[in-house]
Design a protein around this ligand. Structure first.
Ligand code: GLN
Length: 292
């Protein structure tokens, strides 16, 4: 018969395994996985670690998930969900893991929408639909159209809409340009967190990203800016006169992005910084629009 294993000992053992695999914040990662498998809170883990023994089944399940993490699979894929602006978003392989920086973009967009009773929004490259879900929840008078090229992502996005009862307010569209939603134009807001990693840099990113996240959600072309060129060109046609564009971008890309949008006649192009004080997203207007 197996000797019973104490929770605290197992936690230490698996933390070490994650440390050896080069996982940052190994203890924290192990705790999240324990909480998920044992269906307890972190406080329970701490209180029970010297008393509770693990069943064979629990140990097997823990071992399976810890070894996935040791292979450097993102924690969010292993847990199957992540919190985005306080809403639980299903996060499984096939969509980009929602990032805290993107929460800032969504919050800023929500601020802009508060001033409008009704608004039509286009979320380009929606992925898990995290941005669309949060805007729909924060701003009740809005209707959203969310585009993605990936069938797989759209299926996961659809599950997120069902989970939050938003199927009637967010319309998912398959496409690789803003034109996929042209029948719904003009929009009050076009928002996007497009792929922005230069193709050649993807392999150099941490294994969580390069090995596991969908390449089509990361790859922004040779210089990472393909999507911004496309948006700068197309968005004026689809934006109301007093509408705005908001989009996230990568480290160091701001000067080039500003240039791309200025060249296309955009105005009031303002960057915003993230938690690390890095320029991370921008807001822009296009006053020469046809629509009012
Ligand atoms: N909009 C999604 C997010 O912010 C997906 C972005 C993407 O696939 N590039 O996480």
């Amino acid at each position: 018969m197996d000797t019973p294993v104490l929770l605290g000992e197992a936690l230490q053992f698996f933390t070490l395994a994650l440390e050896r695999a080069g996982v940052e914040n190994a203890r924290c990662n192990a705790e999240w996985i324990f909480c998920h498998v044992l269906r307890v809170t972190r406080a329970d883990l701490i209180l029970d670690r010297g008393f509770r023994h693990l069943s064979q089944k629990e140990r097997e399940k823990l071992e399976k998930l810890i070894s996935r993490r040791a292979m450097r699979e993102p924690l969010q894929y292993i847990l199957g969900e992540t919190s985005f602006c306080g809403y639980e978003i299903e996060t499984v392989p096939g969509v980009l893991v929602p990032r805290p920086e993107t929460e800032l973009l969504a919050e800023r967009a929500a601020d802009f929408l508060k001033k409008r009773k009704e608004a039509k929004i286009l979320d380009y490259c929606t992925g898990s639909a995290c941005i669309a879900v949060v805007l729909a929840k924060f701003c009740p008078g809005t209707n959203l159209y969310a585009i993605d090229i990936s069938e797989n992502a759209l299926e996961i996005a659809a599950r997120n809409l069902r989970r939050h009862s938003l199927c009637s307010r967010i319309h998912l569209i398959k496409g690789d340009s803003l034109r996929a939603a042209e029948w719904e134009a003009p929009f009050d807001l076009i928002i996007s967190n497009p792929p922005y990693i230069p193709t050649g840099e993807i392999e150099r990113l941490e294994p969580e990203v390069s090995r596991y996240e969908p390449r089509e959600a990361l790859d922004g072309g040779v210089d990472g800016l393909d999507f911004y060129r496309q948006i700068a060109e197309q968005a004026p046609e689809f934006l109301k006169k007093d509408g705005v564009l908001m989009a996230e971008f990568g480290d160091g890309q701001w000067p080039e992005i500003k240039n791309i949008f200025e060249q296309k006649g955009w105005e009031e192009i303002i960057s915003q910084r993230d938690y690390c004080k890095k320029e991370r997203f921008f807001i822009a207007k296009y006053f020469k629009n046809l629509h009012s």
